[in-house]
Design a protein around this ligand. Structure first.
Ligand SMILES: Nc1nc2c(ncn2[C@@H]2O[C@H](COP(=O)(O)OP(=O)(O)OP(=O)(O)O)[C@@H](O)[C@H]2O)c(=O)[nH]1
Length: 394
């Protein structure tokens, strides 16, 4: 199985598992993905959490007025510092796992400060007011997106601070503590469940997106292969007739725009039927491959060689005048006649070719092909193993 295939199998297996763990080799990509999608979200939730914490000073003013001044001072100082920390963290920290935990950590500190303030209050409403601390655990868990386990540990710390604070405020009143605990625990579990579901869903979305991307890549690759197959002759690896037409039309248009000469060679193996008959079809195929390879090497980079069908090839020679095209064709004819294609145990196969040459710039493509074909016919009837120019060129 290919590397991509193995990775795909691991991703699919991971998606089937309850916790959908991200495969180790994708962890960096996973955190990068979460960074792209959640950095801004986490920044906003941090700001909102801080704004909410500061706004609770107004509630302090109404419910616990005796500690309002201290509350305002503590909340203001705390928010000032945590705001700076948040801005610095989101400016410089590249690790989304740390940014994900910034809000729960700041909530832990906020809870400690708030319960410390409440202890100093003599307000009769403190027992009721302490239920507002539920917001700490709710906010800390609802905003977690990336990793559940560290969030769980921080939740337990926040819960410890909250329950210790309530215990201290209850001053030995077991019923107050019990009722708070009964209200608190479902909120804790519910918010933990949301945090767990969010992080699990993030992993699944990431893994599915990787599978989608792999499928898209595979399709694009298959498409490219199909394109190549659709335009290539499978035996010789040269362009096929269809590709030749597409490229030739393009080259012809370019040559006309730039007023450059362009020529066409039509090449046919002489008595190829005999080769097939004497040496077999496989040997005939080998001849076609050798011919294509040799011709390809002899032509220039911009020249286009295509198998037109059977034992017939065409070559398009951009920026080539008729005289030069005739020279190229002649060189090709000689070179191909020197080929020795091994065919053990019999003697090597030798071939000759006939070539018709036509200028393309005087005609459209179909006309030029007809002209080259006519020149090729003349070469065949003139005794084969020769180059002929299209008659209408004079
Ligand atoms: N081995 C092989 N033979 C092919 C292929 N395509 C066409 N041919 C053979 O090429 C031969 C062409 O024969 P003809 O058209 O009679 O031409 P020729 O024998 O080359 O004679 P002239 O062109 O007149 O010199 C036929 O026997 C075809 O079967 C191919 O892909 N592989």
């Amino acid at each position: 199985m290919s590397c991509d295939g193995e990775l795909r199998a691991r991703i699919e297996q991971s998606l089937r598992r309850a916790m959908s763990p991200v495969p180790a080799e994708l962890l960096t990509a996973y955190y990068g993905y979460q960074d792209i999608h959640f950095r801004r979200y986490l920044l906003v939730t941090n700001f909102l959490g801080q704004a909410a914490y500061l706004s609770y000073a107004l509630a302090d003013r109404l419910v616990v007025p005796d500690i309002f001044a201290a509350s305002l001072a503590w909340r203001g100082t705390y928010i000032g510092l945590i705001l700076l920390l948040t801005l610095a963290a989101f400016r410089w920290c590249r690790d989304i796992r740390l940014l994900d935990l910034l809000l729960p950590v700041s909530i832990l500190l906020a809870a400690m400060i708030w319960f410390r303030l409440l202890v100093d209050s003599n307000s009769p409403h403190v027992t009721t007011y302490q239920y507002a601390s539920l917001i700490f655990i709710v906010l800390a868990n609802l905003c977690i997106q990336v990793r559940f386990v560290p969030a769980l540990l921080l939740s337990l710390l926040i819960s410890a601070v909250t329950l210790a604070g309530v215990h201290r405020l209850a001053a030995g009143d077991g019923m107050t503590l019990l009722v708070f605990g009964l209200v608190y625990l479902p909120v804790l579990f519910f918010s933990l469940f949301i945090s767990f579901s969010n992080t699990l869903e993030r992993r699944r979305i990431f893994l599915r997106s990787r599978l989608d991307a792999m499928t898209r890549d595979e399709l694009a690759q298959a498409n490219r292969k199909l394109q190549t197959l659709a335009h290539t002759d499978p035996l010789t690896g040269t362009s096929n007739r269809r590709q030749f037409h597409l490229s030739a039309e393009r080259e012809l248009a370019r040559a006309r725009r730039q007023q450059e000469p362009i020529c066409l060679l039509m090449l046919d193996i002489d008595h190829f039927k005999r080769i097939n008959d004497q040496h077999g079809h496989d040997a005939g195929d080998r001849v076609l491959r050798e011919l294509a390879g040799t011709a390809r090497k002899m032509l220039r980079e911009p020249d286009l060689l295509a198998r037109f069908g059977g034992e017939e090839f065409v070559a398009l020679l951009p920026n080539t005048a008729l005289d030069s095209a005739r020279t190229v064709a002649e060189r090709l004819r000689v070179k191909l006649s020197e080929l020795r294609i091994p065919d053990l145990p019999q003697a090597p196969i030798r071939i000759t070719v006939s070539i018709g040459v036509a200028p393309l710039y005087q005609f459209d493509l179909d006309q030029a092909l007809k002209e080259a074909d006519r020149a090729l016919y003349l070469a065949k009837h003139g005794g084969r193993n020769q180059v002929r120019l299209a008659t209408s060129t004079g």
